[in-house]
Design a protein around this ligand. Structure first.
Ligand code: PRP
Length: 205
């Protein structure tokens, strides 16, 4: 049995499509259910659906042999797991955003609203800037709009959320996309897993 941890939401559907191209029968994953553990047609693969930020934890602890998660979540989690493949979907940019004049206008220490505390701290730290990181769990764009923060560090996909709130990209931190992450022990001991990873490699863009 190979266990796969999938990030609930945007990336899961695309990950399922790639695995189907690799020959897995995954109709059982498309039913509308509140079950958190589902199986492929053969019963050889078990899928767990978890919050994106928990995927690296399941894989590091070995309860999942591999998982699919965004590079943004992976950088923030900083876990002891193998990042095997860039799956080339779920592309977005990690950016510093705000009003066009936010950086000039902010007096004193910059207040940065973000879900990505570690990424933001490292980004500004590397530039020798002392910042006040305000950890948020969502709707980060609200920070500058309502005056909670001067700027934000967040992912930008279509740019529509920024646009709708009058904000813009000020600096780019890095590109992000979905990654295949693998447990260290599973990688060394599970030949079927290696075969599947090879097939995934053949089936990504
Ligand atoms: C993410 C991100 C931005 C938005 C960017 O939020 O934090 O808010 O998507 O996408 P866009 O550039 O296509 O508009 P998410 O939808 O995950 O919700 P959240 O704000 O609750 O985290």
């Amino acid at each position: 049995m190979i266990t796969v941890a999938l990030a609930k939401g945007r990336l899961a559907q695309k990950a399922i499509e790639v695995l189907e191209k690799c020959g897995l029968g995954l109709d059982g994953l498309k039913v509308d259910t509140r079950k958190l553990v589902l199986y492929d047609d053969s019963g050889e693969y078990r899928f767990v659906f978890v919050k994106p930020s928990d995927v690296p934890t399941y894989v590091e602890r070995g309860v999942a042999d591999f998982g699919v998660v965004g590079k943004d979540t992976l950088l923030e989690a900083d876990r002891d797991i193998y990042e095997m493949l860039d799956l080339k979907f779920g592309g977005c940019r990690m950016c510093v955003c705000g009003y066009p004049d936010s950086l000039e206008k902010a007096g004193g220490i910059l207040r940065v609203g973000t879900k990505y505390e570690k990424i933001a701290r490292e980004y500004f730290g590397a530039r020798g800037k002392t910042v006040d990181i305000i950890k948020l769990n969502g709707s980060v764009e609200l920070g500058p709009v309502i005056g909670l923060s001067d700027i934000i560090v967040d992912i930008v996909e279509s740019g529509k959320t920024l646009e709708a709130n009058g904000l813009t990209v000020l600096e780019e931190v890095c590109d992000c996309s979905a990654r295949l992450v693998v447990n260290r022990v599973s990688l060394k001991t599970n030949d079927r897993l290696l075969e599947l990873i090879d097939k995934i490699k053949e089936n990504i863009g």
